[in-house]
Design a protein around this ligand. Structure first.
Ligand code: HEC
Ligand code: HEC
Length: 286
């Protein structure tokens, strides 16, 4: 509980300086808290959750200490403990090693981090933001909990791509900032259909139709392109923001997990406006 209050305080402290890169250690940690605890939805995979009245809720005390095992076509995966506990978490990793793990999917021992950790999207995180995330993960209370390890039915590649190098912050326009946030939030990972063979259909980005297993059964993701008939083209900005932050669709229906509505609720109004501005530029796919 104290941890949550702290996070709320840190998130509240940050927005005022959103446009400038963090200067002090405290500002760096606050920016990291905001990214991890809101738009990054890290706890959606790295914490335990339970359903309460149709909504997913983090089990108190399990924040970032590892999720529950989940079955997927590629195997049985677990979002591990990413608190700074030296035995069961990432307490022995340096901040530089944490940054490489998140952007490149490689642990300090050289092993590859498997799906669904959204490495392909997190690669595009700016140098300033990845440093902030690593600093925040080092600052949270360590929780001793062995979360277990994923078991993949397929071999993982030696790397997900070349080393990331330097990533600059996005250009200072609503659409560029929104694209950066939508990438970091990996919205299109869930909201794009798969081609046979397991690749995303790049011609139908955001068109939905991707089936996900949840405790409540199979959920099909929605079309979030500006298509007026099948997507959100006719929705107001307020309706889009309400869906993302509260899990209530334009027609009033309560939306299902695994989308991390509870995390998106903490996204600042400015960032939400940028996300909407970018979604409205996606090709309108039926
Ligand atoms: C969709 C689920 C998902 C989301 C969202 C996610 N992760 Fe992960 N993450 C995983 C899984 C699964 C693994 C472990 C994969 C494996 O076992 O090889 C992992 C591994 C990691 C590791 C390596 C830990 C270790 O001990 O191997 C770190 C660090 C990490 N994630 C940080 C983050 C951060 C920070 C965020 C948010 C910006 C995040 N993750 C978002 C699923 C997720
Ligand atoms: C982990 C997968 C996942 C991620 C990540 C995700 N979503 Fe979703 N989203 C879903 C699912 C599943 C639904 C539909 C739930 C249902 O129908 O009950 C949904 C529904 C929506 C809806 C409501 C659409 C409608 O017709 O009611 C909007 C809008 C939306 N998502 C936008 C976003 C945005 C913007 C992001 C990134 C900031 C995002 N989503 C990230 C899985 C995801």
């Amino acid at each position: 509980m104290r941890g949550l209050v702290l996070v709320a305080a840190l998130c509240a402290a940050f927005p005022a300086m959103a446009q400038t890169a963090p200067q002090t250690r405290a500002q760096l940690v606050a920016r990291g808290a905001y990214l991890v605890e809101s738009i990054g939805t890290c706890g959606n995979c790295h914490s335990q959750q339970r359903m309460v009245d149709g909504r997913a809720e983090v089990v108190p005390g399990s924040e970032l200490a590892g999720g529950m095992p989940d079955d997927a076509p590629f195997g049985r995966w677990i979002g591990p403990n990413i608190t700074p506990d030296p035995e069961t978490g990432i307490g022995r990793w340096t901040e530089a090693q944490i940054a490489v793990a998140i952007r490149e999917g490689k642990r300090p021992d050289g092993s590859t981090i498997g799906p669904p950790m959204p490495i392909g999207y997190l690669r595009h995180t700016s140098d300033a933001d990845i440093a902030a995330i690593a600093a925040y993960l080092k600052s949270i209370p360590p929780i001793r909990r062995d979360s277990g390890r994923s078991e993949y039915r397929m071999p993982l590649p030696p790397a997900w791509g070349p080393p990331v190098g330097t990533v600059a912050a996005p250009a200072d326009t609503p659409v560029a900032r929104g694209e950066y946030l939508v990438t970091f939030a990996h919205c299109l990972e869930c909201h794009t259909p798969m081609l046979p063979g397991g690749r995303r259909d790049a011609t139908r980005m955001g068109a939905g139709g991707f089936e996900m297993m949840t405790p409540g059964g199979i959920v099909v993701t929605a079309n979030i392109t500006p298509n007026r008939e099948h997507g959100i083209g006719d929705w107001t900005d307020a309706q889009i923001i309400r869906a993302v932050t509260t899990g209530v669709s334009a027609n009033g229906r309560l939306l299902s997990p695994p989308m991390g509505y509870a995390w998106y609720r903490r996204v600042t109004p400015g960032d939400l406006a940028d996300i909407v501005a970018y979604l409205r530029t996606l090709p309108a796919v039926p």
